[in-house]
Design a protein around this ligand. Structure first.
Ligand code: ZN
Length: 64
């Protein structure tokens, strides 16, 4: 089995932990899973991922 996102059920509602801060995010009434508690956290995670990618590319260039 692969590691899934931490989730828990209570009273029929599914919660996922915010990918950025870990706050439980209610999945009630959403078709697609909401991974972040606020839009700004989604944006931050997106930026962090982008920076990480740039860093990886820079490191790869240096090691050549
Ligand atoms: Zn959050």
């Amino acid at each position: 089995m692969t590691d899934q996102l931490p989730n828990q059920r209570s009273a029929g509602t599914t919660y996922l932990s915010c990918e950025w801060c870990g706050t439980p995010v209610s999945q009630l009434g959403t078709r697609t899973p909401r991974l972040y508690c606020k839009r700004s956290h989604r944006q931050r995670a997106f930026e962090a991922r982008r920076l990480l990618k740039l860093e990886e590319q820079a490191t790869a260039k240096l090691s050549q």
